[in-house]
Design a protein around this ligand. Structure first.
Ligand SMILES: C[S@@+](CC[C@H](N)C(=O)[O-])C[C@H]1O[C@@H](n2cnc3c(N)ncnc32)[C@H](O)[C@@H]1O
Length: 265
């Protein structure tokens, strides 16, 4: 039997089921794998009007969803380099399951961060606190994974008590620069933003740029096996990384290709 050569994994967007496409990709080639799969929302995801949609309904319930999630992670894992990073983005519906699956695959020692993406979209319940964050579980395949330390502004209520610390100032007041925390306050995408292409659950470029900036180097291959409208790939391109996207939705692939063909993206 003649086996097909693994598909060259660089600056490519492939339409297909990630579970079937991944085994044909170059193993040990991806420095950062971001996965933003369906969240187990039980909804058919549709854009306003009759735009692109993908199905997040699972007739077999949680068991069917978890079988998919586990298969996706198992398909993604061999694609990572020896020190590659996998970042799994989920919300309250399945994030706890995702973390357990990742610990099973990488060992508890593979855990690097749980990034909490906090946003302020409209809506809420009278019976509970408004659920306004997602989690991104970051796991590393090896101990020598890439991490670029970032800083963030920490605003000061007063100036006294700070020695050997540079105090800076902007329009909001005095601040110091401290190590970036794992809670990221970044606005969710709004329909009037230039980067919005109308894909349901499209993520903001700022989120992916920060993740890619932290956990990869220029020239690295960044992959997303559920790439949707291609946000990860666009962010990778903007930051001088190579990219590889897969999605089962024809609409998603068309949008991703269109975004990547624009010279300023
Ligand atoms: C949450 S959306 C991704 C959104 C994306 N991050 C963006 O910013 O546009 C999840 C995506 O997973 C895709 N998907 C679902 N099952 C898949 C599978 N088995 N293989 C590949 N893609 C899949 C859907 O088509 C959808 O585009």
């Amino acid at each position: 039997m003649i086996r097909a050569m693994p598909r060259a994994a660089t600056n490519d967007v492939i339409k297909g089921d990630a579970l079937k496409v991944a085994p044909g990709l170059q193993s040990a080639s991806v420095a950062l794998m971001y996965l933003d799969p369906p969240f187990f929302s039980g909804r058919k995801r549709r854009n306003r009007g009759d735009g692109p949609a993908y199905d997040d309904r699972w007739p077999g319930g949680l068991a069917e969803y978890l079988a998919f999630l586990r298969s996706l992670l198992e398909a993604a894992r061999p694609l990572l380099t020896a020190n590659g990073i996998l970042a799994l983005h989920l919300d309250w519906r399945a994030t706890h399951h995702g973390r357990i699956e990742l610990e099973r695959l990488f060992g508890a020692g593979g855990f690097v961060n749980e990034v909490v993406w906090s946003y302020r979209t409209g809506g809420g319940s009278k019976r509970m606190l408004a659920r306004k964050h997602d989690s991104i579980h970051v796991f590393a395949a090896g101990k020598d994974y890439t991490f670029h330390r970032q800083t963030e502004k920490s605003y000061l209520a007063h100036r006294y008590g700070f020695s050997n610390v540079e105090i800076l100032e902007d329009e909001k007041g005095p601040y110091t620069l401290s190590a970036m925390r794992d809670v990221w306050e970044l606005p969710a995408l709004r329909g009037n933003q230039r980067e919005y292409v109308g894909y349901p659950t499209q993520k903001p470029l700022a989120l992916l740029e920060r993740l890619i900036g932290c956990f990869s180097n220029e020239g690295d291959l960044v992959a997303d096996l559920c790439c949707g409208s291609g946000t990860t790939l666009v962010a990778a391109k903007l930051l001088g990384r190579r990219w590889l996207g897969v999605d089962s939705s024809a609409e998603a692939i068309a949008l991703a290709r269109r975004r990547l063909s624009q010279p300023d993206q």
